[in-house]
Ligand binder design. Sequence first.
Ligand code: OGA
Ligand code: MN
Length: 292
Amino acid sequence: MTLRLQALHPLFAAQASGLDLTQALSAQDVKDINAAMNHYAVLVWRDQPMSPAQQIALSESFGPLDIGLKRVFKRKERLDDERLIDISNVDLNGELHRRDSPKNLSSFANQLWHSDSSFMSPKAAYSMLHALVIPSEGGNTEFCDLRAAYDALPLDLKEEIQDLSAEHYALHTRLLLGDNAYTDEQKKAIEPAVWPLVSVHPGSKRQVLFVGVHAHKIMGWPIAEARIFLSDLLEHATQRSFVYAHQWQVGDLVMWDNRSTLHRGRRYDLNQRRELRRTTFNDVPEANLAAV
Ligand code: OGA
Ligand code: MN
């Protein structure tokens, strides 16, 4: 079987088919998917129902998996394997979470434009999200293309940001959402990470405007001025022409490159179940991300 791709948006994102992701991928399959990811940055696979073990095996063929924010929260989790991130509104007993539960709070942070784990070093490379239960309406996931965002910047802004770096902090989104009940130990569990505002994506060699809601400072700038500028850049990067909105179907597997895109979840009725499972691996030398 060979990989087939069909564009979903004029700039990026494609529907991928032709491979069975529940079976072991060949080295050539991994290479082909990486090449497609370098080009499209988001791949949507329909009708790939898979077990937790199958999702882990699939993800591990690209890189060693990471637990991200679980380093801070250390909550008892519904999914047995810590490498699976529970993107759901369902508690340990299989019931819907209370509206104001800590878990729902984390999910609200996912509704702000972000790149997974940009608050850590190394940061995330790909994430893979698999849909098990979806609400009857709402709950899309939107993606924006940070390469197109960079390309469309006016020249003077490109020059201004060329040598700037931003600090990304794990708890910034939580503080924004009014949640500051963290111990000093939790606040320090993940050292903030500093990333250039402009980077070159290693696989595509395209320049990327690397912003997102985890960025809370620009190095050497007053905080207020930095936050306003970061929010202007984020607004630029997420303008509708750069956005692909994914409408979930059960059995979808969506993979995206956190180094070249941002994403956010959209609102839905919390009285309805929404259950997805995520795996993420980091941009480390051991990752199987051969550039093509
Ligand atoms: C994620 C995420 C958004 C959503 O899983 O990393 O941000 O739509 N999810 O659930
Ligand atoms: Mn995310």
